[in-house]
Design a protein around this ligand. Structure first.
Ligand SMILES: [Zn+2]
Length: 334
C-alpha cells in the first residue's frame, strides 16, 4: 500500500513537472538553450499501422498519431534528410530527421502515401534477412502470436527465463509485457533462441493472426518504397542480432551483406547504418567506418551534439503509447 502511494506521488510530481516544462514560457526558454549549439535532432520510429488496428506492438505507431506528430513538429522544425542536416546550409529554424528501423510492411502501406503527399523526407534502415527470406524475424513472429483477445501464459521457467502473463486486456500493460519478453529473449544467444521462440509460439496457440501483422515488405514493395524521392535507404544488418553479442567477423559480414543487397535491390548508394537494438562497441563503430559508411546511429533518447562521433549519432526513440510531452522534453535535451 505504502509503495502504491509513493508511486502515485511520484507520478503526480512527474506530471506536474512535465506540464510546467512543456508550457510556453518555460518550454520556449528550454528550446532556445537546446538549439544554441545546433544539435541534430534525429527521431527513431519503427513502423506505422492503421488507426483501428489493435496491435499491442511497441513498434507500431497509428498513422493518425504520426500525422499529428509531424504537423506539431513542423511548427518548430524543418524536417530534412540526414545528409541535409549534416551538410546542408543552416536554416533559420532547427532541422529534424525522421528515421524508421527494420523495413516493416507498414512503411509501404501507411508511410509511403504520406511521404508522397506531404513531401516528407525519411531515412529507412532496412534489415535485409527478413526481406530476402520473405519471413518476419523471430521478434515479429512472437508479437503477432501474442495479439488477439484472452490471457496467455508463457512458461520459460525451465530455461531460467521466467513465467509471463500476457493480457487479457488490450493496452499499454500488455504491450509492455510483450516488450519485456522480447527484451529477455534478445539477450539469449541466437543458436539457443530458436528453440525458445518455438516454445513461445507453441504456448501462445491457438493463434488468431492479427488483421495487420508485423513483418517485412516484399522485395517489390521495398523497391517501390526506395524509389520514392523522399526516401533515403540505410542498412541495419542482415541478421538483426545484437551485433556486440556475436563474433565480430560475423557481425561485419552481416553489415556488409545488408549493404550489398540493398545496393543491388534499390540501385542506390547506402551510406548510413543503424545498429540493431542500438547494441554497439568500439570495434563495431570502427568496422562500420572501415566499410565506408558515412554515419551510424544509436538509440539513447538524446539529441546529437555537432561534435559527436558520426558512428554513434544519438536518436530519440518513439513507439506506441509514448506521450507527446515526454518527446517534447527529449527534444530540448531532457
Ligand atoms: Zn531494428
Amino acid at each position: 500500500m505504502a509503495a502504491r502511494i509513493r508511486q502515485l506521488a511520484r507520478d503526480a510530481v512527474k506530471s506536474t513537472v512535465l506540464a510546467l516544462a512543456t508550457a510556453p514560457p518555460v518550454y520556449g526558454h528550454l528550446q532556445r538553450r537546446a538549439w544554441r549549439d545546433r544539435p541534430l535532432s534525429i527521431l527513431c520510429f519503427h513502423t506505422l499501422g492503421g488507426d483501428a488496428d489493435l496491435m499491442d506492438a511497441w513498434t507500431v505507431l497509428p498513422i493518425g498519431e504520426f500525422r499529428r506528430l509531424v504537423a506539431a513538429l513542423r511548427e518548430d522544425y524543418d524536417i530534412v534528410s540526414l545528409d541535409q542536416a549534416l551538410h546542408g546550409p543552416a536554416g533559420t529554424r532547427p532541422s529534424l530527421v525522421l528515421t524508421f528501423d527494420d523495413g516493416d510492411i507498414g512503411l509501404y502501406d501507411h508511410l509511403l502515401p504520406l511521404l508522397r503527399s506531404e513531401e516528407l523526407p525519411v531515412l529507412a534502415y532496412i534489415a535485409t534477412g527478413q526481406i530476402a527470406e520473405a519471413t518476419p524475424y523471430w521478434f515479429d513472429r512472437i508479437v503477432n502470436a501474442l495479439q488477439g483477445p484472452g490471457e496467455r501464459r508463457i512458461d520459460l521457467a525451465a530455461d531460467g527465463l521466467g513465467l509471463w502473463t500476457i493480457g487479457p486486456e488490450y493496452g499499454l500493460s500488455r504491450c509492455t509485457v510483450i516488450g519485456q519478453l522480447l527484451n529477455r529473449l534478445k539477450t539469449v544467444a541466437p543458436d539457443r533462441r530458436e528453440a525458445l521462440v518455438a516454445q513461445v509460439l507453441e504456448q501462445a496457440a491457438p493463434i488468431t493472426p492479427p488483421a495487420s501483422p508485423v513483418g517485412p515488405m516484399s522485395l517489390e514493395q521495398l523497391r517501390e518504397f526506395a524509389a520514392c524521392p523522399h526516401v533515403t535507404i540505410g542498412a541495419h544488418s542482415h541478421c538483426h542480432n545484437l551485433l556486440d553479442q556475436i563474433p565480430l567477423a560475423e557481425a561485419a559480414a552481416s553489415i556488409a551483406l545488408s549493404r550489398q543487397l540493398l545496393r543491388d535491390w534499390t540501385r542506390q548508394d547506402v551510406a548510413h547504418f543503424a545498429y540493431p537494438n542500438s547494441n554497439h562497441n568500439a570495434e563495431l563503430r570502427a568496422e562500420v567506418a572501415r566499410q565506408g559508411f558515412a554515419t551510424a546511429t544509436v538509440l539513447d533518447d538524446s539529441l546529437a551534439p555537432r561534435d559527436q562521433d558520426p558512428f554513434a549519432l544519438s536518436r530519440i526513440n518513439i513507439g506506441r503509447y509514448n506521450r507527446l510531452d515526454r518527446l517534447r522534453l527529449r527534444l530540448v535535451g531532457y
